[in-house]
Design a binder for this molecule. Structure first.
Ligand SMILES: Nc1ncnc2c1ncn2[C@@H]1O[C@H](COP(=O)(O)OP(=O)(O)OP(=O)(O)O)[C@@H](O)[C@H]1O
Ligand code: SF4
Ligand SMILES: [Mg+2]
Length: 336
């Protein structure tokens, strides 16, 4: 990590997000996009954040480096990186962390790469921003090395983004994310613009890179198939809250929360031998006036009266599993 002093403890999570709340004030009210989300990321772990469109995944991802888009505001919570709250850092400290310690790989490489800049100059710019003393020649050598690591011949460094295929542009975005050797990479919908074959290559690539660079990865996506292949743990978000979290394999095999179960039913599952593809009826809640009780109630096949009256809150089921659902009043007894 950077020169920032930390209060990190051995075995403590590399990232510890506590009760994060994020609002977007708009003309008709305030979109409460993230409503009290806590999560942790361990060293070397890949965490998948999943959920339908609009549930707050990207807002969470951007918040982790304090870059929520206007008019968004982080209104409460802590984001402890190696024990130090990113939200309390100075702007200079935050700039040092972004890209250098925590990198972000965005959804669409075409909009993230500058069409007027050669590929190599994207890298030189990033390297010099974090380390102005590096000479251009050394920066180009670093660029060639990381591109070759990702299977792109150094002869292509001088080309422009439009000369590359979609899959190559995605690898360039990952290479740009990795160039400063960060601890954490946050990928937001990294395969959205890729076809299925290129997506399969992406899974192998990410698995190889995470081992080689000991990366901790946050993978934000609505693609559960992708998460099933890569993630160690999953956080399932809905209506700006966490509905369930736990080891990926456990959630795929036996989801606790009806929303997690519904999502899993919608994908051909790599752990279960299931071919049927279903879709879930209904839409996520309006976050300007979020429901008082369980946000999933209008769509939940198992809803009860109590579900509309009080929010169940996230309950610890033991073995790293948590879920927010009134169906399990005895949940804490599962721990033993
Ligand atoms: N700039 C913005 N201004 C106002 N509201 C916003 C803004 N960005 C996001 N929102 C709202 O915040 C909520 C969460 O959006 P977010 O983009 O984080 O969801 P998401 O889970 O990433 O969705 P998707 O899967 O479509 O990317 C949504 O209700 C969205 O409309
Ligand atoms: S709390 Fe109630 S409505 Fe919500 S998921 Fe559980 S059973 Fe369904
Ligand atoms: Mg998003």
């Amino acid at each position: 990590m950077s020169e920032i002093e930390t209060g990190a403890q051995d075995g403590a999570p590399i990232l510890d997000v506590r009760d994060l709340r994020i609002d977007y004030p708009i003309a008709i009210g305030t979109v409460k996009a993230v409503r009290g989300v806590s999560l942790t990321l361990a060293n070397g772990e890949t965490l998948g954040i999943v959920g339908e469109s609009g549930c707050g995944k990207s807002t969470m991802g951007l918040a982790l480096i304090d870059l929520v888009r206007e008019p968004g505001k982080i209104v409460a919570g802590e984001i402890l990186y190696h024990g130090k709250d990113i939200l309390k850092m100075t702007e200079d400290e935050k700039r040092a962390v972004r890209g250098k310690d925590i990198a972000m790989v965005f959804q669409n490489p075409l909009t993230s790469l500058n069409p007027l800049l050669r590929i190599q100059d994207h890298f030189v710019e990033t390297i010099k921003r974090h380390n102005p003393s590096v000479k251009r020649k050394a920066a180009l050598a670093m660029t060639a090395e990381i591109l070759e690591e990702l299977g792109i011949d150094r002869s292509r460094m001088r080309e422009y983004p439009h000369q590359m295929s979609g899959g190559m542009r995605q690898r360039i975005m990952i290479a740009l994310g990795l160039i400063m050797k960060p601890d954490i990479v946050i990928c937001d919908e990294p395969t959205t613009s890729l076809d299925v074959i290129v997506e399969a290559g992406f899974v192998d690539l990410l698995n190889r890179l995470r081992k080689k660079y000991n990366l901790s990865i946050i993978l934000i996506t609505h693609n559960l198939g992708l998460v099933a292949e890569i993630a160690d743990r999953i956080v399932v978000m809905y209506g700006g809250k966490v509905m369930e979290e736990g080891p990926a394999r456990d959630i795929f095999h036996s989801p606790i929360h009806p929303y997690a179960a519904g999502l899993i039913d919608c994908v051909p599952n790599v752990f279960l031998d299931q071919d049927a593809l279903t879709t879930m009826d209904g839409n996520p809640p309006d976050l300007v006036t979020p429901p008082v009780g369980c946000p999933f109630m209008p769509r939940c096949p198992r809803a009860m009266d109590v579900c509309g009256k009080t929010d169940p809150g996230l309950v610890d089921f033991g073995k790293g599993r948590k879920a927010a659902c009134h169906l399990y009043p005895e949940a804490s007894s599962w721990k033993s």
